[in-house]
Design a protein around this ligand. Structure first.
Ligand SMILES: [Zn+2]
Length: 64
């Protein structure tokens, strides 16, 4: 899978992880805030923050 860097002005940075495209967060704090927002606004609980193995950024993943 080819990763393109075609970022529009309001597009969050994303990268491919397996078959999914995930939003990249520059810092762990930023990812944790996004996880809280997802929980409050979308009722998505149990999100975990982890560092991407492909770049210097962080992603959210659904915990067990
Ligand atoms: Zn990544």
């Amino acid at each position: 899978m080819r990763r393109t860097n075609n970022q529009g002005p309001y597009e969050p940075k994303k990268c491919w992880v397996g078959e999914n495209q995930k939003i990249c967060y520059a810092t762990k704090d930023e990812a944790e805030v996004a996880a809280k927002v997802a929980e409050y606004e979308h009722g998505i609980s149990g999100l975990a923050v982890y560092k991407c193995e492909y770049g210097d950024h962080w992603h959210l993943t659904k915990g067990a």
